[in-house]
Design a protein around this ligand. Structure first.
Ligand code: PLP
Length: 454
């Protein structure tokens, strides 16, 4: 049987062997010590599935880096990239082109509030860099506040904004960034017992941070609307509205980082739509075209865009608004709208994944908490439900985690993993049957985690 891309198993195996050999010789991988790496080769992918170098089919509940919101190889997006390649592959940013103009219109149409100008970048980190630069120039202030338990990208400012251990080796303490604690009831920093307390106390803490840092020094607060890699902590009611109020009170720019949470992942076009709040800047990437061609950007509110009406915006990229990437965005957004893909994410989350994971939590003592919305869920694994001690330490892994993840993979399920958490983040196109197939494999794999409990 051939793979969905037409490769025979034999050819796929040969290609995989060569790819692996050359990878180990010549490819330098991100965020890794290189010597012991054993990357999985992927030879084909379709919808919610991919095929590894040994011909095994895996259900992709990682959406890779949580980016294939429309699933793998969506025919409309593939066709749009092919058509754009035949029409016009590349053009410099100062010129206008139809793919970029239409992508900007489609994105602006969907953003909350009045954000209607789009600056295109190549990915999420550079979107964050530019959003911060815009906020600094707009306010004439330098400092930026961001939360612990966050990820904003691997470039200089973005990694310094990041509130996870990937910042530590890159942080020289001079980036003008101050971290604060956001709401996270399960591991409350504020000794809160319910969401209302957590929201209120997290806002008090943020306001105190602003006051002690000096409001007149703070350009922006950046927050993932729903923090992703750091644990999918859906903010409690009132929190994001409270951040909006604090930003208005102190003249601070509110940047919502929607790189992972945007474009359908939470069952809305933007995650912040779940909370009825409009930020001043939105950073996006990943789901905007499902990563078929690298693309990111910043959606900009009129009052910030106006800062650069008569003053030069000092920033740019050779590939800003690249035709192949923006054509892929146009096709992705149109297909998501035509096929009800955002609505599918909301329904599968509410009716299948959410209830399914809660059921698993009743059966598996290793589950401390499940939380999420849409197709954006975290399963927090613990050694002990009483003490909530994580199954792997903050910033690390453990044999129990590694064996659980390996068991899922051996049974055909690829998960997104961070420290002591398994993230269930399938594409927004995932069907009910696929969601149930993944939950059944997870059920089996969790017996491995359970077996490590005292
Ligand atoms: N912001 C958030 C919330 C992210 O999740 C990520 C990547 O995972 C980034 C920014 C960085 O995006 P990129 O890897 O495209 O630079």
């Amino acid at each position: 049987m051939t793979l969905p891309n037409g490769l025979t198993p034999e050819v796929a195996r040969d290609e995989a062997a060569r790819a692996y050999e050359l990878d180990r010789k010549h490819v330098f991988h991100s965020w890794s010590a290189q010597a012991t790496l054993k990357p999985m080769v992927v030879t084909a992918a379709q919808g919610s599935y991919l095929w590894d170098g040994d011909g095994n089919r895996l259900l992709d509940f990682s959406s890779q880096m949580v980016n294939t919101n429309i699933g793998h190889q969506h025919p409309k997006v593939v066709a749009a990239i092919q058509a754009q390649a035949a029409k016009l592959c590349t053009i410099a940013p100062p010129h206008a082109n139809d793919a970029r103009s239409e992508a900007a219109r489609l994105i602006a149409e969907r953003t909350p509030g009045e954000l209607d100008k789009i600056f295109f970048t190549n990915g999420g980190a550079d979107a964050v860099e530019h959003a911060v630069r815009m906020a600094r120039l707009h306010t004439g202030r330098y400092k930026v506040l961001s939360r612990y338990r966050s990820y904003h990208g691997g470039t200089e400012t973005a990694v310094n904004l990041t509130g996870d251990p990937r910042r530590w080796p890159n942080d020289h303490g001079n980036a003008g960034i101050v971290h604060f604690f956001g709401p996270f009831l399960y591991r409350s920093r504020f000794y809160a017992e319910n969401e209302e307390q957590e929201s209120q106390r997290a806002l008090e803490h943020l306001e105190q941070t602003i006051q002690f840092e000096g409001p007149s020094t703070i350009a922006a607060i950046i927050l993932e609307s729903v923090p992703g890699t750091a644990g999918i902590m859906v903010p409690p009611p009132g929190y994001l509205a409270g951040v909006r109020e604090l930003c208005d009170k102190y003249g601070i720019v509110f940047i919502a980082d929607e790189v992972m949470a945007g474009f359908g992942r939470t069952g809305k076009w933007f995650a912040i739509d779940n909370f009825g709040v409009a930020p001043d800047l939105i950073t996006f990437a990943k789901g905007v075209n499902s990563g078929y061609v690298p693309l990111g950007g910043v959606a900009i509110a009129p009052h910030i865009a106006a800062t650069f009406d008569d003053r030069v915006y000092p920033g740019g990229l050779t590939y800003s608004g690249h035709p192949l990437a923006t054509a892929a965005a146009v096709a992705t957004i149109n297909a998501m709208a035509e096929e009800g893909i955002v609505e599918n994410a909301a329904a599968i989350g509410a009716e299948v994944i959410g209830p399914g994971l809660r059921e698993l939590a009743e059966q598996h003592p290793s589950i401390g908490e499940v939380r999420g919305l849409g197709v954006f869920w975290a399963v927090e694994l613990v050694k002990d439900r009483g003490t909530r001690e994580p199954l792997a330490p903050y910033g690390g892994t453990s044999p129990a985690m590694a064996e659980t993840v390996a068991a899922a993979k051996a049974a055909g399920l690829l998960l997104f993993v961070n420290f002591n958490r398994l993230h269930v983040v399938p594409p927004c196109t995932v069907s009910e049957a696929e969601a149930k197939e993944g939950l059944a494999i997870l059920d089996q794999a969790l017996t491995v985690a359970d077996s490590h409990l005292a």
